[in-house]
Design a protein around this ligand. Structure first.
Ligand SMILES: [Zn+2]
Length: 94
């Protein structure tokens, strides 16, 4: 009976150790570009800004990579899609 409890304790310890040994991502915390700089506006005509959020292949860079907050990311996607329709950004990278 007591052995079983001990095993559970060991399992718990192992689990916690595993958790703490999880490789920590040491990259600095990213802050949303548009929240950090309030003067920056998301404009579909602003290709230079939009291109920073688009891969070489023309795909929209995911939020976790750019650190953009959900609110601005949504505005960005709309802007990028609009820019594509206006032929400011490519649908597919060359
Ligand atoms: Zn933001």
């Amino acid at each position: 009976m007591s052995e079983e409890v001990n095993n559970k304790e060991v399992m718990k310890d192992l689990g916690e150790e595993k958790f703490t040994k999880k490789p920590k991502r040491q990259n600095k915390k990213k802050v949303c570009m548009f929240c950090a700089d309030k003067s920056k506006k998301i404009d579909y005509k602003d290709a230079t800004t939009l291109k920073r959020f688009v891969t070489e292949k023309g795909k929209i860079v995911p939020r976790r990579q750019t650190g953009t907050c959900s609110m601005h990311q949504r505005e960005l996607t709309t802007a990028i899609k609009r820019a594509r329709n206006m032929a400011i950004l490519p649908f597919k990278g060359e």
